[in-house]
Ligand binder design. Structure first.
Ligand SMILES: [Zn+2]
Length: 496
């Protein structure tokens, strides 16, 4: 029991009321976000390097679309514990290597030797799996030509060593971890800017567990304006061109608005899925130095103004996460996600306006419909991991109100820029830092108090009356539409 308790304590992230939690692990400087080791396959022959303390060997087999992984340690370990716990679901889906079995302790998944003898090598096998579990990036992304992405963080583990008295500890926290990827000799392997055929080595930044997407396949990236694109051949030409043109322009727009230039050359993966279905959806996310974008459904075959706007919004939203999650690191307390999601929605709207893809009137309508979604869904504070469904809608309205309040002093972008600049010296930013800077700039204590109460405690008065008043102060006049008789629906606001 003692071992289990120690293990859990080490992993629980402290949730403070609304302070900044201290980082759970060392934060890598963004300039060294992804040091890449020269590809061994393309390098000249050299003396074999000694094995690092932690080595992860990953082999992709194109013939049966499956993966094998071996974790090697310099000292014997009693078991291995996966870094990512939430919604991971490896147990029962992955096959434990020979002589190993799965053990589940709470939300922790572990691989343990069946004979209980400590060992230096652990292994497992699994099939390509693009299922989306919760809000985590999928383990794999499929390209229609057989190419695959692999989310390395899903494979990250720590060794657990135990003493004779039963006390167990993580032995390798923060130490460097080296990955060696292997596949058929005529297939390419790529991690960000580094690529080789058949075999590739990647030194993961020490202490940074965010991971990356490994690409394995037959495509070569194309570069445009300092950005590399790896585009699924099933992406229609109009959409590929749109992406190659829009991403560099967006990066320049945000660099100007935040006064922070990217210190890396971004990699953009664009894939296509469910081409037989009469839908036009999107999905995407960022990992250090990369954007992953997915066009879902058959509708993308034919260009339209609506699809161009939808794609731009995805690209604009995800691109801004390169600023609010990477160039400036957000505090790891997930309650702060309302700020990174809300500001990405806001930044996307500003980019849409700036490109003339929406006009001011439709942006106003978007803010009112976000207000309605926020009213309908928010239970309790916005600053709460449990409010995840409202992070986007409520967060976007908060950003809009701040933008109007600070119209003469740089707007919401100006406040974000100041928050990011402070994060560069402090290591990360959080809601508390952001609201303190707002207080300094807004010079309107009542506005800041009302906003703070909404964020920290939730709606303190009739929600429709509150939002109607706040929107009015921001220049949007609305009417309250009561819910239909006999329903439990929330009232809604309608733009006058
Ligand atoms: Zn987002």
């Amino acid at each position: 029991m003692q071992a289990r308790r120690r293990l859990r304590c080490a992993l629980v992230l402290a949730l403070t009321a609304i302070g900044c939690s201290s980082p759970e692990r060392p934060v890598a400087q963004s300039s060294e976000a992804a040091p890449i080791v020269e590809a061994t396959a393309s390098a000249a022959p050299e003396a074999p390097k000694p094995d690092p303390a932690r080595l992860v060997d990953v082999t992709y087999h194109p013939a049966n679309d499956s993966w094998e992984v071996q974790w090697r340690f310099s000292e014997p370990a009693a078991k291995i514990l996966f870094d990512r716990r939430k919604s991971a679901k490896r147990n029962g889906v992955w096959t434990a290597g020979e002589g190993l079995r799965w053990v589940v302790e709470g939300s922790n998944e572990l691989l343990v030797p069946i004979d209980a003898k400590p060992t230096k090598v652990f292994s497992a096998r699994f099939a390509t799996n693009d299922e989306q579990l919760g809000r985590s990036p999928p383990q794999n992304i499929r390209f229609t030509d057989g190419g695959r992405l692999l989310f390395t963080s899903q494979l990250g583990v720590h060794a657990i060593a135990c003493e004779n008295n039963g006390r167990c500890d993580r032995r390798d926290v923060g130490g460097a971890r080296v990955w060696r990827f292997h596949t058929d000799t005529d297939w390419s392997l790529r991690v960000l800017g580094s690529a080789a055929k058949g075999q590739l080595e990647w030194a993961e930044p020490a202490g940074d567990l965010r991971g990356t997407y490994l690409y394995v396949g037959k495509l070569d990236p194309v570069a445009n304006d300092g950005v590399r694109f790896l585009v699924d051949p099933a992406i229609p030409t109009w959409l590929a061109d749109e992406t190659k043109r829009r991403v560099p322009a967006l990066l320049k727009f945000y660099a100007e608005k935040t006064a922070i230039k990217p210190d890396f050359e971004p990699m953009v993966f664009v894939s296509r899925s469910r081409t037989g279905e009469a839908i036009g959806d999107v999905n995407g996310r960022v990992l250090p130095g990369l954007l992953q974008l997915e066009a879902i459904g058959q509708k993308w075959d034919t260009a339209s103004g609506q699809l161009k706007g939808q794609w731009f919004e995805l690209v604009a939203h995800e691109s801004f996460h390169l600023w609010n999650a990477q160039l400036a690191r957000r505090d790891e307390n997930a309650a702060n996600e309302w700020l990174s999601e809300g500001s990405a929605v806001y930044a996307g709207s500003e980019a849409l306006l700036s490109e003339g893809l929406v006009d001011q009137k439709s942006n106003d309508r978007h803010i009112v419909s976000s207000s309605n979604r926020c009213m309908a869904n928010l239970k309790g504070p916005i600053f709460d991991e449990g409010a995840a469904a409202s992070f986007y809608s409520c967060g976007a309205v908060v950003q809009f109100l701040i933008d109007r309040k600070l119209a003469k002093s740089g707007g919401a972008f100006g406040l974000l820029a100041a928050t990011f600049a402070q994060a560069k010296t402090r290591g990360s930013y959080c809601t508390k830092d952001y609201l303190a800077l707002l207080e300094e700039r807004a010079a309107d204590p009542v506005f800041v108090r009302d906003l703070r109460t909404w964020i920290e405690k939730g709606f303190a008065e009739d929600r429709a009356v509150f939002l109607q008043r706040m929107l009015k102060g921001a220049g949007l006049s609305t009417s309250i539409i009561p819910p239909k008789k006999g329903t439990n629906d929330a009232p809604t606001l309608r733009l006058d």
